[in-house]
Write a protein that binds this ligand. Sequence first.
Ligand SMILES: C[S@@+](CC[C@H](N)C(=O)[O-])C[C@H]1O[C@@H](n2cnc3c(N)ncnc32)[C@H](O)[C@@H]1O
Length: 239
Amino acid sequence: MENGDPNRLWQDSVHALGERSNYKRIWNDQAAHPEVAKLAVAGYREEAGFEATAADTIATLRATTGISPYDIALEIGCGVGRVGKHLATQCYHWIGTDISGEMLRHASQRLQGLSNVTLLELHTVGLSEIYSGTMDLVYCTIVFMHLFEWDRYRYVQEMARVLRPGGRCYFDNIPLDSAHGWQVFSEGAAYPIHRRPAHMSMSSSREEFRSYLTHAGFEDIRIHDLPSGLIAGTGRKPY
Ligand SMILES: C[S@@+](CC[C@H](N)C(=O)[O-])C[C@H]1O[C@@H](n2cnc3c(N)ncnc32)[C@H](O)[C@@H]1O
């Protein structure tokens, strides 16, 4: 136990745990400046490196779920529109959703001139703003590491609800059973409980992804090892 009043330390730790659920505040803070938002989204401030990461994500979606020019595609946690800027040119309509209005403000700048995009601020975890059975492709990339497991699953359930029969879903995270995953886990474990940053990364297991997809009712369930070192879960909504 560190020096200090134990009751106070415990109260602080409860506060820190609760803060992780305050996604809107945490991510609006991260997005206060466009350069910082880009850094928080993909680890790059400069545009060329940032754009290269978008090409990688598009290639991953093409290889795992496929992309059709007839797709209505929705991204959960779209950030500044890193992926949407490119995907919108390859699908019928792209909808970017995010818990952070500040992120979406940067996205609207980035996506200027694209006529087939819609940006939507989510009021809480879930897609209650979206009608059931209306989407062809729903994906969520570089977001699950920042969410509690319950909220990850809530989004997978929501993917199943908003997809049309035959629609495809995709989500990814850092796998615990990799060297990088274990490093992330160990760095998290090294924090004193009351100082854990609310948005710190937490990895996933393949079994976790498979369970989410199974319980949400998907079929054609696959777990992919990506060149980036992440794992992705994909599935298809039954007809
Ligand atoms: C690391 S960024 C990734 C952005 C984007 N997916 C990309 O790959 O460029 C994480 C994004 O998830 C959003 N986010 C965090 N918690 C969320 C939640 N509970 N629901 C929806 N979006 C969330 C953040 O606002 C942020 O834009």
